[in-house]
Design a protein around this ligand. Sequence first.
Ligand SMILES: [Zn+2]
Ligand SMILES: [Zn+2]
Ligand SMILES: [Zn+2]
Ligand SMILES: [Zn+2]
Ligand SMILES: [Zn+2]
Ligand SMILES: [Zn+2]
Length: 247
Amino acid sequence: MELQAIPKPNQEEVILHFSHPHHPLVLMNLPYLFTCMGCKEFGAGKRMKCQICDFVLHDFCAFAPASLTNHPFHYNHQLVFYTKSSGFLPSRCQICSNSAKGYVFKCTICGFQMHPCCAMMNWEMNLPIHQHPVILSQQMNGDVGILCRICRRKKSGLMYCCGVSCGYYIHAICAKELINGLYENGIKPPEKSKMMGTSTLKLASHLIFGIIGDLVEGIGEGIGEALIDSIARGRCASMRSKHLPSN
Ligand SMILES: [Zn+2]
Ligand SMILES: [Zn+2]
Ligand SMILES: [Zn+2]
Ligand SMILES: [Zn+2]
Ligand SMILES: [Zn+2]
Ligand SMILES: [Zn+2]
């Protein structure tokens, strides 16, 4: 996959980041979902993680440049990196249409803004999931009811369409899964509606507790309780991390 919207930064393996100045962040590759504390969006795989507390950033957020000039999505004006999209109105990323709640590249002249992850994309991309290059369409919007091949849904927002018009379409917001490591690690982004104690989640936790319960019977009581306790805490932590910014 060639992505040259942002030149690949010199990624160091251990850094002190300005947004987390007291603990070093270490480059890690873990197959689990995380929520980036910078852009507040999901990620998996590669990350810059604090070894002491839970702080974690996408690698592209941790190494985001202070400004972007001639970015293909907005080449007329310079884009400046902000840690928070200021303003009272809820603001959206102009590429993926998701809300911008944290790190963002913003045009100081016209108000254009996009997530660091979206800044990693380009008008034309070669993706590992389709044999032809895909092109971000300015005319084709999900509103016209085209099925996205990644989420298998129809929803509004910009879409990439196949460069040789074979009828392949994906949402820009879904294309992000190829950038943020979710696709690579086989993780579907948790959805808002599925987050709060839905049957899927309950079923999964019953299943886990069921298995653990069986396990516990075979282990000494103290160890078993500690095990359940730590798993319960892990589950809460993962539920916390699933707290998506609501649109
Ligand atoms: Zn991020
Ligand atoms: Zn820390
Ligand atoms: Zn975006
Ligand atoms: Zn502008
Ligand atoms: Zn989609
Ligand atoms: Zn095609």
